[in-house]
Design a protein around this ligand. Structure first.
Ligand code: GLU
Length: 303
C-alpha cells in the first residue's frame, strides 16, 4: 500500500497594517508553495488583534492582492478581532494552573535595570512574580517561564535553543490595555485552525520558543516550523509599510511573483512570467525546493 502523505495545513497570517508589499508577499508565497507542494491546505488568518493599529481597508486589500496573484486560500478567513472568547479561555486555563501572575510594572519601571533579551525586548526582572507590591494594581498578566529550555529544529534556519528565563524572561500574555498578547493569540489560533506547518518570516524565529512553551502549557500540538529570510532594504531594515515599502502592483502579478520566487532561491521559468499567475504558480509549485531557500535570517530585497 502506498504511504499516506502526511496531512499538511499551512497558513499565512498577515497583520493588516497596510497593503501587501514585497516582504509580506515572500511570506505569503513561501507558505503557499510549501503547503501546495505537499498537497496540503493553506489558510489565511487576519491578525487584527490590535484593532487600533489595523489600517482601515487593509485586510480586504491584502485579500484582493492574494486573489490577483492566484494565491487562493482554503476555507473561511479567520479574524483575530472575533476571537476574544478563545483567548480568554486560554488565559483562564493558564491562571487556574498557576502559570500566570498579575504584574503592576510599567514599561519605565522595568526599563530601570532590566537586561535586553534575545529579540531586543527587556527581560522582566521578576518584580511581581511573588505577588503584587503593596498598594499596586495589576496592569498585565505574565507567564512564569521557570527553568524552561526550548529546542526546536527549523527546516531552514536549523537548530534553535532558548533558555527562556535568560532569553526573554516571564513574558506578557495579557497586555495592560486588556488585549491578548500576540504570542498567545497565535498559539491559540494555530491550534484552533489545525495548522501543522508554520512558514513565516525569520523575524519571528525568536518568538517560536515562547510559542512552543505556551503550546506545552496548554496541551496543544507543536507544528513544524520553517522560517524564511526576511526581505530588507539597503540599510538592512525589514521592509514594512513604516519604512515605505511600496504595495504589490496587482496589475503585474507575474513580476511580483517572479521577484519573490527568486528571493526564495527558486528557479523561475522566464517564459511564464507574463502568463496567467496560475500558470507561473503551478510551475513554481512543481519545482518548489526547500533546500534552495537561503539559510539566512534576512536578505536584501530586489531594488
Ligand atoms: N501577523 C504576523 C506578521 O504579520 C505574523 C504572525 C505569524 O506568522 O505567526 O508579522
Amino acid at each position: 500500500m502506498p504511504d499516506e502523505p502526511a496531512p499538511y495545513r499551512g497558513r499565512f497570517a498577515p497583520s493588516p497594517t497596510g497593503p501587501l508589499h514585497f516582504g509580506s508577499l515572500v511570506a505569503a508565497l513561501g507558505s503557499w508553495l510549501d503547503a501546495r507542494a505537499a498537497g496540503g491546505e493553506w489558510l489565511v488568518r487576519i491578525e487584527d488583534l490590535d484593532a487600533p493599529r489595523a489600517a482601515p481597508g487593509a485586510a480586504s486589500d491584502i485579500l484582493r492582492t492574494l486573489e490577483a496573484l492566484g494565491l487562493q486560500w482554503d476555507g473561511p478567513v479567520l479574524r483575530q478581532s472575533g476571537r476574544a472568547e478563545a483567548y480568554r479561555a486560554a488565559l483562564d486555563l493558564l491562571a487556574r494552573t498557576g502559570a500566570t501572575y498579575p504584574c503592576a510594572c510599567s514599561r519605565r519601571e522595568i526599563g530601570d535595570g532590566a537586561r535586553a533579551g534575545i529579540d531586543g525586548g527587556l527581560v522582566y526582572p521578576g518584580t511581581c512574580r511573588a505577588g503584587l507590591p503593596p498598594g499596586r494594581a495589576a496592569r498585565a498578566l505574565r507567564v512564569r517561564v521557570g527553568n524552561a529550555v526550548i529546542r526546536f529544529d527549523d527546516a531552514v534556519q536549523g537548530g534553535v535553543r532558548h533558555v527562556l528565563a535568560d532569553d526573554v524572561g516571564d513574558f506578557v500574555l495579557q497586555r495592560a490595555d486588556g488585549l491578548c498578547a500576540y504570542q498567545l493569540a497565535v498559539v491559540v489560533d494555530d491550534a484552533a485552525q489545525g495548522v501543522t506547518d508554520v512558514v513565516r518570516g525569520a523575524d519571528l524565529l525568536d518568538s517560536t520558543p515562547r510559542q512552543i512553551f505556551l503550546q506545552r502549557l496548554l496541551g496543544l500540538p507543536t507544528p513544524r516550523y520553517l522560517h524564511l529570510p526576511v526581505a530588507t532594504d539597503a540599510r538592512g531594515v525589514k521592509l514594512s509599510k513604516q519604512t515605505g515599502a511600496p504595495p504589490i502592483d496587482r496589475a503585474r502579478p507575474g513580476a511580483a511573483l517572479a521577484g519573490a520566487l527568486r528571493f526564495l532561491g527558486q528557479r523561475v521559468d522566464a517564459e511564464l512570467v507574463d502568463d496567467r499567475p496560475a500558470v507561473l504558480l503551478a510551475s513554481a509549485r512543481a519545482r518548489w525546493d526547500r533546500a534552495s531557500i537561503p539559510r539566512a535570517r534576512s536578505a536584501l530585497a530586489p531594488a
